[in-house]
Ligand binder design. Structure first.
Ligand code: HEM
Length: 186
C-alpha cells in the first residue's frame, strides 16, 4: 500500500481545482442571481463529461468502491428542469487505457462530490420550488458522502502501490480536470 497516493493526488491537482473553481460558470453558480437556465446549461455540460467518463469508470474501478453512476441523476435532473438530456453531446475525455489512470480519473469525479455538497445546499436554498431530482446529481451518496470519500481514499492508496502507477494516476487526474475546464469554458 502506498500511504501517500491520495495526498499526492490532492497536492498535484490543487492548482487544477483552483482553476476550475475560478471559471466564470462556476463562480456564477454561487451568485444570488444565478438562474435556472444557467443551471440547466451546467447540468448539460456535466452530462456531456460524465457520460463518456462513466462509460469507462463505473464498473472498473468504480464497482470496487461502490461508485454510484451519475448519468441517471443528470438525466433526471435535466428532465426535471424541462431540458432534453439528448442535447448533451459526449465531450472529449482523456484516454484511460490502464487501471492506474482510471483510478486517477475516478479520484476527480468522486472528489467533486465534496464540493457538490455545498452546491446542492446552495441550489436548494436558491430554488426551493424545484423538484429534488433537479439537484440530486450533486448529492449522489446523501448523508454517506463522508464514508464514501474515506473508502475512495483508502482504495486509491491500495491501488496505486508503485511510483509509476501513482504517476500515471496524477497525469490522468490532471487531464480529467483539463477536460472539465475545456467544457466549462466553452
Ligand atoms: C464551484 C465549483 C466547486 C467548488 C465550490 C468546489 C469546492 C470543493 C470543496 C469545498 C472541496 C473539499 C475540500 C476539503 O474538504 O478538503 C472540494 C474537493 C474536491 N473537488 Fe471541488 N469544487 C468545485 C468544483 C469541482 C469540480 C468541477 C471538480 C472536478 C472536475 C472538483 C473536484 C474536486 C476534487 C477531486 C476534490 C478532492 C480534493 C481532495 O483530494 O481533498 N471540484 N471541492
Amino acid at each position: 500500500m502506498n500511504e501517500a497516493a491520495w495526498p499526492t493526488l490532492r497536492d498535484s491537482t490543487r492548482a487544477d481545482h483552483a482553476l476550475v473553481e475560478s471559471l466564470p460558470r462556476m463562480r456564477r453558480l454561487f451568485a444570488d442571481d444565478f438562474r435556472v437556465d444557467e443551471f440547466r446549461d451546467l447540468l448539460t455540460r456535466m452530462l456531456a463529461l460524465h457520460a463518456p467518463l462513466e462509460a469507462v469508470l463505473a464498473v472498473d474501478p468504480g464497482a470496487a468502491v461502490g461508485y454510484l453512476p451519475r448519468v441517471p441523476l443528470l438525466q433526471a435532473g435535466l428532465a426535471a428542469l424541462g431540458a432534453d438530456p439528448a442535447l448533451a453531446r459526449p465531450a472529449a475525455v482523456p484516454e484511460l487505457g490502464n487501471a492506474a489512470s482510471r483510478w486517477g480519473a475516478l479520484y476527480v469525479i468522486e472528489g467533486s462530490i465534496l464540493g457538490g455538497q455545498l452546491i446542492h445546499r446552495h441550489i436548494c436554498r436558491l430554488f426551493p420550488d424545484l423538484p429534488p431530482a433537479a439537484a440530486a446529481f450533486y448529492l449522489p451518496y446523501g448523508d454517506a458522502a463522508g464514508p464514501q470519500w474515506q473508502r475512495v481514499r483508502s482504495a486509491l492508496d491500495a491501488a496505486l502501490a508503485s511510483p509509476a502507477q501513482l504517476d500515471r494516476a496524477v497525469t490522468a487526474a490532471r487531464a480529467t480536470f483539463a477536460a472539465f475546464v475545456a467544457v466549462l469554458s466553452a
